[in-house]
Design a protein around this ligand. Structure first.
Ligand code: SF4
Length: 200
């Protein structure tokens, strides 16, 4: 008696649930469903998806962080006018992915722009603590850095780094918007460097 091999194969496949059943009437599909050939020493996804880029996840995170720095919007004195000018059309800080944000809850950069009085210092500290991690601080101008013209004033804090950790200091009285833009570039480099240091 003659045995139909194809019919026999279909019956075997139906009984064995671990073997995927490929309908033989669609040879093109059968060809496409053939498992990719595995070459030792080469990742399988490189055969299946040629041209795919493989990068560490922490690099993607660091690039995302540095390209979406959201500074909290508050100003303490005359330096704040220069900070506001940096957000305007001429200097356009937004092109760095920087979005001024009116809440510490979603901000990740604090720009201390102006004189920090001892009365204001606890509020600056509280705002810093309300920001989520990771977060960075830019001390903008001589006043925020070391008291500036008010070094002999007892009621002025002689440097905001006494209440919050500062990452970038911007010199000047007041610093120009270009200097603040430069501090963002420095902060971006620092974020990439921190990522390398964390990988050691
Ligand atoms: S550094 Fe100069 S411009 Fe800035 S807040 Fe102090 S006095 Fe004003």
């Amino acid at each position: 008696m003659e045995i139909d091999n194809n019919e026999n194969q279909s019956v075997d496949n139906e009984n064995d649930l671990s073997v995927p059943v490929i309908p033989i009437e669609h040879p093109n599909e059968e060809k496409e469903l053939t498992l990719a050939e595995y070459k030792p020493g080469k990742a399988l996804y490189k055969s299946v998806l040629p041209g795919i880029l493989q990068v560490p996840a922490d690099l993607i995170l660091a690039m995302s962080r540095k390209s979406s720095l959201w500074p909290m919007t508050f100003g303490l004195a005359c330096c704040a006018i220069e900070m506001i000018a940096s957000y305007m059309a001429h200097y356009d800080l937004d092109r760095f992915g920087s979005v001024p944000w009116p809440s510490p809850r979603q901000s990740d950069v604090m720009i201390v722009a102006g004189t920090v009085t001892k009365k204001m210092a606890p509020a600056v500290r509280r705002l810093y603590e309300q920001m989520p991690n990771p977060k960075w601080v830019i001390s903008m101008g001589a006043c925020a850095t070391n008291g500036g013209p008010y070094t002999r004033y007892d009621r002025v804090l002689q440097g905001v780094d006494k209440v919050v950790p500062v990452d970038v200091y911007v010199p000047g009285c007041p610093p120009r918007p270009e200097a603040l833009l430069d501090s963002f570039l420095v902060l971006q480099e620092q974020i990439m460097e921190d990522r390398k240091a964390a990988g050691k």
